[in-house]
Design a protein around this ligand. Structure first.
Ligand code: NOJ
Length: 572
């Protein structure tokens, strides 16, 4: 992969929004096919002003860390003004930054400063729902049934004699009900409104032209400010069957009343046309949870999104057959549409890999998350290191969720009274929720706040950090050649300079002790690079090589130990 040469183009600023848009890349239109994209959960990355919440000032002060890590782009989870009922996925103003994170001028400065270091910025777009504090929803609540203000949402009368039964029985992505009843101005019970997530996140009606126009304006607003792409939240959910029928037991593809309806593709075609009207490649990245890989790939047709998260690979257990099947099926699904796959080990919604891979069940599913699951963290760490090299060697782009490069485990002893995630509360406490993977990063020092907040900060981090993370700080790991951070830095540097890595093809090296039946995943990239991951229970021989580039665990007598990966140079 070639290192992109970046052009900062002509900068716009908030005082002059009509100036020429910033061009993130004038020279490498295909940057996104190979990029390493680092996910910043802004509340937890770095706190610049000492209020205990991560912010733009904190990110700006740590940009050199990201440059040294070797990432090509950063993706910010929502930074918009928001009551934070769902960590910012409840947007009150798509054109403004939440005051706890900073302001628009700081965001523009950050985009420019990152770009000057060779790092593009991707932001989150949240089109399926909006905050209940958004002026549109407030106006809808203040207006009578049947009013134009309510048309932008899904308001319906209830069923049953008093209208006290929900309009249908759709199941929420966050458990619990998908409908909330409103109260009329005279205090009597009113209509119900739909929310596939929390009641603070009313679903928008994508049949309404205002909804489409708003989001197209949002895209232009941020592309004008130099963002290189958008990550599209809940991308398959936007369109609903206007009749709002019950979900049939055997809904055929495209006929589910609220998931993956065919009309959703028109939305992304329109967005792609907007993205393509800008200089440089502005990319659309979909959050598309879709077991049907053919339906998944439809989102990646040439005139739709550029890439989408490959959650299939992320959710698979640490098992050679399973991972091999996932890699093959995802590469095969992407091939006909010419899109590169993405490789994702985690994000702000799922259990950290170090914890996940240290359990008896190493797969990921929201439905099986529970408190007090026995975990072998040393084993999990070893496997997470091997998984890091495996995923970084596969063809396509790579996502790294903040803190995974430090090998942070899931924080599982957050006091119950400190938990914040609605997923936890809506499960009535059964699901631990997602706070455990959102704990503020440890930067330095031996105890909380580990440099997350500046010296003399007025507040503690918004979620408590574990007391035993002293060895997991950036400072501690930077000085330790055996740390996860050192592994990531070396891997990303090799990946950046190696012409065979990133986008392209792979060739499996099956037979001779390699292949899923042997528990060993070995593949070549180009002519001179081989990646080997040993998921068997015993050390294995490596294929012949000229140089060991990197190993997640030191070789033992020339053999690759179990739960380890190695990168090999195979030609001079
Ligand atoms: C997916 C996001 O990743 C998650 O954090 C959020 O809660 C839901 N979409 C709803 O916006």
């Amino acid at each position: 992969m070639d290192t992109a040469v970046l052009s900062t183009g002509t900068a716009t600023n908030s005082a002059d929004p009509k100036a020429a848009p910033i061009a993130p890349s004038a020279t490498d239109p295909l940057w996104w096919r190979s990029a390493v994209i680092y996910q910043i959960y802004i509340r937890s990355f770095a706190d610049g002003n000492g209020d205990g919440t991560g912010d733009l000032a904190g990110v700006r002060s740590r940009l050199s860390y990201l440059r040294d890590l070797g990432v090509d782009a950063i993706w910010f989870t929502p930074w918009y003004k928001s009551p934070l009922a769902d960590g910012g996925y409840d947007v009150e103003d798509y054109f403004g930054i939440d005051p706890s994170f900073g302001d628009l001028e700081q965001a523009e400065a950050l985009i420019r400063e990152a770009l000057a270091l060779g790092i593009r910025t991707i932001i989150d777009i949240v089109p399926n729902h909006i905050s209940d504090q958004h002026p549109w929803f407030k106006a809808a609540l203040a207006s009578p049934p049947g009013s134009p203000e309510r048309e932008r949402f899904w308001f319906r009368p209830g069923r049953g004699t008093n209208g006290d039964e929900m309009p249908n029985h759709w199941v929420s992505n966050f458990q619990g009900d998908t409908w909330t009843r409103t109260t009329n101005p005279d205090g009597t019970p009113g209509e119900w409104y739909l929310h596939l997530f929390t009641p603070e996140q009313p679903d928008l009606n994508w049949n309404h032209p205002d909804v489409r126009t708003l989001h197209e304006d949002v895209l232009r607003f941020w592309f004008d400010r130099g963002v290189a792409g958008v990550r599209i939240d809940s991308a398959a959910l936007l369109i609903k069957d206007p009749e709002l029928p019950e979900v049939p037991e055997d809904a055929k593809p495209g006929e589910h009343p609220n998931v993956d309806r065919d009309e959703v593709h028109d939305v992304y075609r329109a967005w792609r046309a907007i993205a393509d009207s800008y200089p440089g490649s502005r990319v659309l990245v979909g959050e598309v949870w879709m077991p049907d890989t053919e339906r998944f790939a439809k989102y990646l047709r040439e005139d739709e999104m550029h890439t989408a998260f490959n959650f299939d690979f992320m959710a698979r257990p640490w098992d050679a057959d399973q991972l091999r099947e996932s890699i093959d099926s995802m590469l095969a699904a992407h091939a006909p549409v010419g899109a590169p796959s993405t490789w994702v080990l985690s994000n702000h919604d799922v259990t950290r890999p170090v914890t996940r891979y240290g359990r008896e069940d190493t797969s990921f599913a929201f439905s099986t998350k529970r408190f007090h699951t026995p975990t072998d963290l040393a084993l999990g760490m070893r496997r997470a290191r091997a998984a890091a090299l495996l995923s970084a060697a596969l063809p396509g782009s790579l996502y790294v969720y903040q803190g995974d490069e430090l090998g942070l485990p899931e924080a599982e002893s957050i006091p119950l009274e400190s938990l914040q995630d609605p997923m936890h509360f809506r499960s009535e406490g059964v699901d631990p929720g997602r706070d455990g993977c959102r704990v503020p990063l440890p930067w330095s020092g031996a105890e909380p706040p580990y440099g997350f907040t500046p010296e003399g900060a007025s507040s503690a981090p918004w979620l408590p950090q574990p007391a035993d993370w002293a060895n997991l700080t950036v400072e501690a790991e930077a000085g330790n050649s055996g740390s996860m951070l050192s592994l990531y830095r070396t891997a990303l540097s090799i990946r950046r300079s190696h012409p065979a890595l990133g986008d392209g093809e792979l060739t499996w090296l099956d037979g001779d002790g390699f292949g899923p039946e042997s528990g060993v995943l070995a593949f070549a990239r180009g002519l001179g690079f081989v990646s080997v991951t040993n998921l068997s229970g015993a050390p294995v021989e490596l294929p012949s090589y000229t140089r060991l580039l990197l190993a997640s665990t030191p070789l033992e007598d020339g053999l690759l130990p179990s739960d380890s990966s190695a990168w090999l140079r195979t030609q001079h």
